[in-house]
Design a protein around this ligand. Sequence first.
Ligand SMILES: CC(C)(COP(=O)(O)OP(=O)(O)OC[C@H]1O[C@@H](n2cnc3c(N)ncnc32)[C@H](O)[C@@H]1OP(=O)(O)O)[C@@H](O)C(=O)NCCC(=O)NCCS
Length: 177
Amino acid sequence: MAIPESQILYNPSPDDALRLVEIDVDNYLAVLKLKLAEGQERFVADNAKSIVQGHYHEGAWFRAVCLDGEAVGFVMLHDLRNDDPVGADPGAADWQDGLFIWRLMIGQQHQGKGIGYRLMDVLIRIARASGYARLYLTFVDAEGGPEPFYRRCGFVRTGRVIDGECEAVLELTQKPA
Ligand SMILES: CC(C)(COP(=O)(O)OP(=O)(O)OC[C@H]1O[C@@H](n2cnc3c(N)ncnc32)[C@H](O)[C@@H]1OP(=O)(O)O)[C@@H](O)C(=O)NCCC(=O)NCCS
């Protein structure tokens, strides 16, 4: 599905083909239609649930991931400087200096083509531009899960387990390449 250029809100990356696009009445179905590979459902919430949560949590920022105008994935960030962590004891983690990747998925037929890497580059640029020192996330630690991807992106485990998921962090203090 083609998404009009006018919907592009913010893309601090030199990667012109990959855009994070606001979800609206014209494109939300394309995002809901994105499917995960079999068995991946346990690693990330359904996009419909994420979009609802995104609307009701003040610190949430969610976008369709579009490549050449086609929706290929979904991402939701959580600004924990301005909101409490969802589903976790706010005192359990010190996330005040970090931007939290709450949801991230690439549709099944688009996986394995380097889009995840390109998306992470955009997210790192967003976090740096917003003055964050770190990117945080949690992941389900199981066979076939996303940890190898996050490790390749530079995330390391903190050793903390939050709501049954492993926390990982990427330090953003180094200058971008
Ligand atoms: C994890 C995910 C976002 C990666 O996106 P992607 O576009 O397929 O990743 P890329 O093609 O950019 O791959 C980047 C690297 O990570 C590796 N990788 C990606 N997904 C992987 C997986 N599930 N297991 C092992 N390695 C993986 C790739 O092999 C590649 O490594 P290489 O450079 O050594 O070849 C995607 O597979 C996905 O949406 N998974 C299901 C949902 C999910 O788990 N989301 C995370 C919730 S915390």
